[in-house]
Design a protein around this ligand. Sequence first.
Ligand SMILES: C[C@@H](Nc1nc2c(c3cc(-c4cn[nH]c4)ccc13)C(=O)N=C/C2=C\CC1CC1)C(C)(C)C
Length: 329
Amino acid sequence: SSASSTGCSTAAVATGTANNAPPAKQSAKDYIFGKVIGEGSFSTVYLAKDIHHSKEYAIKVCEKRHIVKELKVEYVKQEKEVLNILNSNQNKTAPFFVKLYSTFQDNERLYFVLSYAKNGELLPYINKVGSFDIQCTRFYGAEILRALEHLHSLGIIHRDLKPENILLDERMHVQITDFGSAKILDDKPRPQPRRRDGEQSSWQRRNSFVGTAQYVSPELLTEKSVSKSSDLWALGCIIYQMVAGLPPFVARSEYLIFQKIIKLEYEFPDGFEPKAKDLVQKLLVLDSTNRLGAKDIGNYTSVRSHHFFAGLDFETLYKQTPPPIYPYL
Ligand SMILES: C[C@@H](Nc1nc2c(c3cc(-c4cn[nH]c4)ccc13)C(=O)N=C/C2=C\CC1CC1)C(C)(C)C
């Protein structure tokens, strides 16, 4: 083809590097794959380095055959949809989610190129120091609340919030991940995606889905229903765990954990900080409509104004330096 009016050379146009050509589609060859950093139920997440700029990414790899065999195509599509909604609604004051940079595929696999949370999961930090001091619990509780405000404002419920899904970036700020079980509240009627025969519909999937035992809400266990307030229940469990070092509902089997949840059978260890205790008691409420924040429109102002968070500036969290993680209790 001849040089176009933009003056770029034919060679440039031919190789698609002309300033008006889209970037060439990526492939696994653009990356050096490193260690496995996480295993999902239908995916493996690798640390990878982009060979052009030596930047580190997390690449989530899904085996196509496995997804189809396990009838999880909808599940993978749902996660990509959530990541795209988050990308197109990046919130400058609450960038508390892993970002999706690009996707590509080869014959056998799907690849999702995502931000690499350099400091990994929150959980090992809680376990290492036994429990967080109040400064840390307040800061990380506030960042998770801000992340939920943003997610819920986009009509998305996480549904499986737990310390393993709360990652930390290189500045030790929160990066929420794992949207495979997220639910997009269908306010806009969309054509129901055509399903392969035998594949579970989102209705069946929704009714079969249960989060991780310790953090699942009572309404999901008793009525198979889920709402934004279910994520507030999980926040209550996580704040409890940051202070006590263990989640509120523990037992030897999932069934026994579920029994304790629906009976609200848990207690506070001696020395549990009183303001944190009061906040947890207002989040771990069986009736999802009576949880602190359940009636708030927009931001969770009634949670922000709880005296546990007194003095915290929720609008500049991402600019603040996170407090060092010291042991407490
Ligand atoms: C919960 C998740 N674990 C993880 N998912 C992601 C990580 C990640 C990083 C570490 C880590 C970093 N340093 N040391 C450990 C440990 C676990 C991770 C990351 O950096 N970037 C994107 C991720 C996930 C993207 C996903 C939305 C598509 C499972 C177990 C499901 C793989």
